[in-house]
Design a protein around this ligand. Structure first.
Ligand SMILES: *Cc1c(COP(=O)(O)O)cnc(C)c1O
Length: 228
């Protein structure tokens, strides 16, 4: 019941944030970040109305996604993708949100063409210099986007970012705004629509929605504190 109540509370906040920003709530999807969660917790979130799920690690997804194949949900990879895991990732996921380098694009295209599958992808952009975070720099995005667009089996749909954790969600706002500005200018330069902005987590998703998020990735606020 806890999970259902949490999801309901989040959806209410999504609607309110959309109201403040003059946006249509239909434009914003809640993705449940389900790392460390069990299949039964994931089923509960699905029953409560969550349609998108995100996993961080390919190995964990290999154990979990096949066990949940009866659920009509979308699986997103939201963690760093190592090149040697691409052969598994292309089979498991519907969307890869963390494309951040050309070598990864090459490997994805190779494996996807073998499978005969087209993958929806986002480019992960790193907006702060912290060395621990993955993602391409804002300066590299255009070149990487053009590289992705040239591949037959990749469909570029937007951008994703993991900003630094800052206590006050208002302090994260400039990062969300920056990702939207990068997206807007990229759309102009490339002349194609890039509808998705995946940004915002449990403690700052309302601000992210005010700045244009179409996918908010929420773990703790749905499932409670993570147990490792
Ligand atoms: C875990 C995770 C989230 C969700 O974080 P919470 O703070 O638990 O909501 C979102 N995005 C990514 C990439 C994550 O790894």
């Amino acid at each position: 019941m806890e999970i259902a109540r949490n999801v309901e509370e989040i959806k209410k906040k999504v609607v309110e944030a959309c109201g403040r920003a003059g946006r249509d709530p239909q434009e914003v999807k809640v993705l449940a970040a389900s790392k460390t969660r069990t299949p039964s917790e994931i089923r509960e979130a699905f029953k409560a109305g969550v349609e998108l799920f995100g996993e961080n690690r390919v190995q964990e997804a290999r154990d979990k996604i096949p066990a949940l194949k009866e659920l009509p949900v979308e699986w997103h990879l939201i963690g760093h993708l190592q090149t040697n895991k691409v052969k598994y990732a292309v089979k498991l996921f519907d969307v890869i949100e963390t494309v951040d380098r050309k070598k990864l694009v090459d490997e994805l295209e190779k494996r996807l063409s073998q499978l005969g599958k087209v993958m929806r992808v986002f480019i992960e952009v790193k907006l702060s210099p912290e060395e621990t975070k993955h993602g391409c720099s804002p300066e590299e995005v255009e070149s990487l986007a053009r590289y992705v667009l040239a591949k037959e089996h990749l469909k570029l749909e937007g951008l994703m970012t993991v900003p630094p954790y800052l206590e006050n969600p208002e302090d994260v706002r400039p990062y969300f705004r920056k990702l939207r500005e990068i997206r807007d200018s990229l759309q102009d330069k490339l002349g194609i629509p890039l509808p998705h902005l995946s940004m915002g987590m449990s403690h700052d998703f309302e601000v992210a929605i005010e700045e244009g998020a179409t996918i908010v990735r929420i773990g703790t606020a749905i499932f409670g504190e993570r147990r490792y």
